[in-house]
Structure formats: C-alpha cells, structure tokens
Design a protein. Structure first.
Length: 129
C-alpha cells in the first residue's frame, strides 16, 4: 500500500500520541492485533492490508477522505460516548435494584461523567467502562 500524506506511519503514531491512546486501546478500538498495530505505526505501513490501515485510521479519527477531525473534537465525541455508556451502566444497575435513574438525573449523570472524562487522563477515554 503506498503512503499518502494522511496515511503515513508517522502520522498515525503522532495521532496516537496526540490522543494519548495506548497500543492496547488502539488495538481494541480498531479490531487489529496489537503486534500488527505496533508494526504499522513502527514504519511498516506499506506491507499492511488496507483493511487494517483503514481500521486503525478510523480508530484514530483519521478519515479516509481529505479532511480530519480535530483531535480535541474527537476526544470530546469519545468522552460523550463514554459518558453515555457509563450512565447506561448506572441506569441498568439501578434498575435491577428498583432505583432506576430517569430523565434529568440521567442527563446530569451524563454531563458529570463527560466533564470528568475530559478533565482526567485521556487514556480513560479509550478504555471500556
């Protein structure tokens, strides 16, 4: 696979560092094995399959097109997804105990989780709650 300006091993590695994403989190998010992720980011992009490169690019928020999502915006989107996932977990657990979180309380929980995720270490954005 030939490299374009958006698809270079260095670009992928810089983006991973910019997002403060671990290799294991990138592997989990992309569905590509960790050794393959390390190999691709280590400079062996040309030998990689398009499917693996596209999966890693997507997990890093690097689109196949010409434009790229701003890293901070990508982190905010991920924080929102994580916050909603956390709130659903709390809601599900509370429902089992007969104390379901509803409406405004649910939205407050999402907002609180969202802000805590953004304020904390970025690696928390890429892990499963």
């Amino acid at each position: 696979m030939s490299e374009s300006p958006n698809f270079t091993s260095d670009r992928f590695a810089r983006r991973k560092d910019e997002l403060r994403m671990s290799f294991s989190a990138l592997a989990a998010r992309s569905g590509v094995s960790e050794p393959t992720v390390k190999r691709i980011l280590g400079g062996h992009l040309r030998q990689a399959s398009f499917v693996n490169v596209a999966s890693i690019a997507s997990a890093l928020g690097i689109p196949l097109g010409l434009s790229e999502t701003d890293a901070d915006e990508f982190c905010r989107e991920q924080a929102r997804k994580q916050a909603e996932r956390i709130a659903r977990l709390v809601q599900g657990t509370s429902a089992l105990e007969g104390q379901a979180v509803e409406g405004a309380a649910y939205r407050r929980l999402v907002e609180k989780s969202y802000h805590e995720l953004l304020a904390g270490p970025r690696r928390r954005l890429w892990s499963e709650p």
